[in-house]
Design a binder for this molecule. Structure first.
Ligand SMILES: Nc1ncnc2c1ncn2[C@@H]1O[C@H](COP(=O)(O)OP(=O)(O)O)[C@@H](O)[C@H]1O
Ligand SMILES: [Mg+2]
Length: 241
């Protein structure tokens, strides 16, 4: 990293983020940061609060406090519909959110329509050749891997530059996981900034600059890519069920 970029504010800086579903207080002071073009993971056991962290960033919880700075601008008090747009954030939920009764190409043509810097359908097909092959197939007829690629592709159409991706490899065959890994590397090389919630550490490790371990709605450890080997025992302990 050169001096100029290391002095820049991180693209995303989260401080003391607390979040609630109704009366249920789920996040208890999350701190994390993400530089432009970096990829970080949120690791942890089920129920740790990883999905809620993504949802809280998007404004999709009942209440949140703390600070969410994007390029130095405070988003904590902004309504959900403005966050995705102004922050140029794309959120891919675990349930994927594609339209089952439309075909692949129709899904790609749906709003939110292409914003500045959004990928064309041709660029999407270059990145995900599998999607081109099935472009006339209905959402209901797609495999899990095709659905996942389509869900990511829809986000890339919007021009989002910060991607929040929740468990994208869950339940997918190794050959599809490999294709996703290549697509994520490609996105990284194009300068996208990415936050990955992952269970599959073998998938995440070679892609990530840094890992955050979440437990009970808090960050309990922060591990740089270069420290992974030395801290593997600790990581295994955190992730064991
Ligand atoms: N919609 C909701 N309403 C109330 N509690 C929820 C809701 N969604 C998740 N939770 C609770 O919040 C905690 C964190 O969940 P979540 O962020 O989904 O964890 P993770 O993604 O790390 O598995 C869990 O205790 C879960 O039961
Ligand atoms: Mg989750």
């Amino acid at each position: 990293m050169n001096i100029a970029s290391s002095q820049q504010a991180p693209l995303l800086k989260i401080s003391d983020l607390n979040a609630w579903y109704g009366e249920s207080h789920v996040l208890h002071g999350i701190d994390l940061e993400l530089g432009e073009g970096q990829l970080i993971t949120l690791l942890g056991r089920n129920g740790a609060g990883r999905t809620t962290t993504l949802r809280a960033i998007m404004g999709m919880v009942d209440r949140r406090t703390g600070s969410i700075l994007i390029h130095g601008d405070e988003f904590i008090d902004k309504p959900a519909h403005r966050i995705a747009h102004l922050g140029r954030i794309g959120y891919c939920p675990e349930e994927r959110g594609i339209f089952a009764t439309l075909n692949v190409e129709e899904n790609l043509m749906l709003p939110p329509t292409v914003g500045e810097g959004g990928m064309s359908v041709a660029e999407i097909y270059d990145m995900f050749p599998n999607l081109k092959e099935v472009r006339k197939r209905m959402g209901t007829r797609l495999s899990g891997g095709e659905q996942q690629m389509l869900a990511i592709a829809r986000i890339l159409r919007t021009g989002a530059r910060l991607l929040l991706l929740d468990e994208i490899t869950e339940g997918l065959a190794p050959v599809i996981v490999k294709a996703l890994s290549e697509a994520i590397l490609d996105l990284k090389q194009r300068g996208y900034t990415i936050m990955l919630v992952e269970q599959n550490f073998r998938f995440a490790a070679p892609l990530a600059d840094r890992h955050y371990v979440i437990e009970n709605g808090k960050v309990i450890d922060r591990i740089e890519a270069g420290e992974v080997e030395a801290k593997m025992d600790r990581l295994n302990h955190y992730l064991s069920v």
